[in-house]
Design a binder for this molecule. Structure first.
Ligand SMILES: Nc1nc2c(ncn2[C@@H]2O[C@H](COP(=O)(O)OP(=O)(O)O)[C@@H](O)[C@H]2O)c(=O)[nH]1
Ligand SMILES: [Mg+2]
Length: 315
């Protein structure tokens, strides 16, 4: 299945809401007027695009006043362009440094999908011919270390771990050390997602980064923040919070499959300027995809194509 089809499947709920709304727009007529624009605004609102939806509709209103837009069949292309512009700079390029290893630190709140995403990212990097070492830096919960160990065994990749309660920074140090001595291409380090105080989170992430850079100057090369896509607009707040603790180089949106809140990606990008690099589309090892803005926007815009044809789009 191609990425466009995977996004179509993942965004099925959002697409269904758009389809329903688009039919009400069409029931009003083909000429663009204040009423059809109001209906379009509701469609975008139902797709949970957040502030991005409101801003795009303002662009529609402006274009309508300037007589640049006069018919509803011009809307899909207009939306495609405006939505795509909002995801400029997003994409799946993960840094690879020479000499190796590239150190990837993974953070995010508990339950967001960190450990699973790390396993998927390791599988992804290995498919591209890289060797990977994992670091079990979530030493706060014994179950977290066990979970990553199971993934490591399944993947056949080395894992560096310490007893429960050990200093996560020392695990990170040892993981980088192991990657250096093995000549591994990547080392991916898990972290705890405790958020009881912002101060504590900052201190812990800062310390891990500092200790990593002692072992390998310039590292970590990537700090990936895992966000739970089902939390919708809350993702933006979390991205802001973590950005204050540590410079985040990219986002992994986990659990994009089956959520009605995938549209939140647009507001997220706008508020934080952190590129979405990967998306999680399920719980299996191969359910991680490098994010491709064009396929994503196409999957959202497709139900709007009904405005061009006046017929139901294929779902
Ligand atoms: N459907 C779906 N579930 C996911 C995805 N990523 C993670 N999960 C599930 O979310 C739950 C929490 O994931 P976990 O990796 O343990 O989160 P962590 O606490 O941040 O390390 C687990 O049940 C995962 O199987 C995804 O992309 N799609
Ligand atoms: Mg975990």
């Amino acid at each position: 299945m191609g990425l466009f089809d995977k996004f179509k499947q993942a965004l099925a709920k959002t697409r269904e809401k758009i389809s329903v709304g688009v039919r009400t727009v069409l029931s009003i007529g083909r000429a663009l007027d204040d009423e059809t624009i109001d209906r379009l605004e509701e469609v975008l609102y139902s797709a949970d695009l957040g502030s991005a939806g409101g801003e795009v509709i303002e662009e529609v209103r402006r274009a309508y006043k300037l007589r640049y837009l006069t018919r509803v069949d011009q809307i899909p292309e207009f939306l495609r362009e405006k939505l795509l512009a909002r995801l400029e700079g997003c994409g799946g390029a993960i840094t690879k440094v020479q000499p190796s290893p590239t150190v990837v630190l993974v953070c995010g709140v508990n339950g967001s999908g960190k450990t699973t995403s790390i396993a998927k990212l390791a599988a992804y990097l290995r498919r591209q011919g890289n060797s990977v070492v994992l670091g079990a830096g979530d030493t706060f919960r014994a179950a977290a270390v066990e979970q990553l160990t199971i993934w490591a065994e399944r993947l056949g990749v080395p894992i560096i771990k310490k007893p429960n309660g050990a200093d996560p920074a020392s695990v990170a140090f040892d993981a980088v050390d192991a990657a250096l001595s093995r000549g591994a291409d990547y080392v991916i380090i898990d972290t705890a997602g405790r958020l009881h105080t912002q101060k504590h989170l900052m201190a812990e992430l800062e310390k891990i980064s500092r200790v990593i850079s002692k072992r390998l100057p310039g590292a970590p090369h990537e700090v990936l923040l895992v966000l739970d896509a089902t939390t919708g607009q809350n993702m933006a707040q979390q991205a802001e919070l973590f950005s204050k603790a540590t410079p985040v180089s990219g986002l992994i949106l986990a659990k994009l499959d089956g959520t009605a809140k995938g549209g939140a990606v647009f507001g997220l990008r706008q508020r934080n300027q952190i590129p979405v690099k990967f998306v999680g589309l399920g719980e299996k090892l191969d359910d991680l995809e490098a994010f491709d803005p064009k396929s994503f926007v196409d999957a959202i815009v497709e139900p709007f194509l009904e405005l061009e044809s006046g017929k139901a789009a294929a779902t």
